[in-house]
Design a binder for this molecule. Structure first.
Ligand code: ATP
Ligand code: FE2
Length: 332
């Protein structure tokens, strides 16, 4: 089976062709905001501008590997969640491809794609997933036909919280890696608000308090304290999801997962609980076309395709809205 998938929920336009076992090709064009954060309309214009050339290059690369457009069995696209204008641009490109190749459309939930790629590219089989990216922060696990959200942010995603703080400190976007670098040279921990409510998280107060703290403390100490506090919060929720589900694996997903300190803290928690900790290769953690194509493939093989009429995008598409048709109960 060959599936072509297109990702474009936010800043990354990326398309890939995969089979059950192989990534045939992947081509990516990244939108870089000139100043500040992502402007949805600008990002969508970027995607519209590059869609045709990305697909063309993808098909050319596939051809070199002996894969022709007529071999493609379905077109997957990120249906949501994400920025409306970006989603609509990518969906339009996917519909055109689906019509011109005469193959079905597959509407992929972006968050679930982050999970499935991690399960594909690591030995994990049935993990508790900590998914921390720019816009999203969720602790997720499969149970009874759905990916259930055990805990999530009540306000902004961890990545956006880090980026917002970084912008206030005049650091360039994306802020996460800069904060990580400063944190390495810290001398002491300063107190910042730790907010876990039940199983849910809140980062906006923490981000504001960290910005305030910059007036009195060196940036290295603030970055370090921000990381320690925020990461302890997400690790706590992941640990409780492990305890609650009785599962034995933790999978890290999303762009914030690049952070070494976060990995170390999760690894320590897993060791203490006798659970395995898995992280996919970095290229599969941020937004990528391969994760959409691969999840599309799983969906396609379980008969989960879309008619054109049902292919409208959903900017607030939730992880637990999706009926998981591709996992057979009892076979995990
Ligand atoms: P989604 O649509 O799933 O919310 P996204 O479009 O925000 O994803 P990702 O690539 O998953 O994109 O995540 C980007 C975020 O990851 C940014 O907020 C960035 O600051 C953060 N990030 C990247 N590297 C690091 C790092 N080393 N430490 C902390 N955060 C990081
Ligand atoms: Fe993402």
């Amino acid at each position: 089976t060959f599936i072509l998938g297109i990702e474009g929920t936010a800043w990354n336009l990326s398309a890939a062709i995969v089979t059950e076992t192989e990534i045939i090709a992947e081509v990516t064009e990244t939108y870089k905001p000139t100043a500040g954060g992502i402007h949805p309309r600008e990002a969508a214009q970027h995607h519209a501008k590059y869609a045709a050339s990305v697909i063309k290059r993808l098909l050319a690369e596939a051809k070199e590997k002996g894969v022709k457009p007529s071999d493609i069995d379905g077109i997957a696209f990120s249906q949501g969640p994400g920025l409306g204008p970006c989603l609509r641009t990518v969906a339009t490109a996917a519909r055109m491809l689906s019509i011109s190749l005469g193959v079905p459309l597959i509407g992929v939930n972006h968050c679930i794609a982050h999970i499935e790629i991690g399960i594909w590219r690591t030995p994990a089989t049935d993990p508790v997933v900590l998914y921390v990216s720019g816009a999203n922060s969720q602790v997720i696990s499969y149970m009874g036909g759905r990916y259930r959200v055990f805990g999530e942010t009540l306000d902004i995603g961890l990545g956006n919280a880090l980026d917002k703080f970084a912008r206030g400190a005049n650091l360039p976007h994306p802020g996460g890696p800069k904060i990580e670098a400063y944190a390495k040279n810290a001398k002491k921990y300063i107190h910042l608000p730790y907010v876990v409510k039940g199983m849910d998280l809140s980062f906006s107060g923490l981000s504001t308090a960290a910005s305030e703290a910059l007036k009195k403390a060196p940036i290295e100490d603030v970055c370090y304290s921000y990381q320690e506090t925020a990461f302890a919060m997400v690790v706590e929720v992941a640990e409780r999801a492990l305890a609650h589900t009785g599962k034995k694996e933790v999978l890290l997903a999303g762009g914030v997962g690049a952070n070494t300190r976060l990995r170390e803290m999760l690894n320590d928690m897993c060791e203490a609980r006798g659970a395995k900790f898995y992280v996919p290769e970095k290229r599969f953690m941020g937004d990528n076309g391969t994760m959409i194509a691969y999840t599309g493939l799983l969906m396609y093989k379980s008969g989960n395709t879309l008619s054109l009429e049902d292919s409208r995008v959903n900017p607030s598409y939730r992880t637990d809205d999706v009926k998981v048709t591709w996992i057979q109960e009892g076979k995990m």
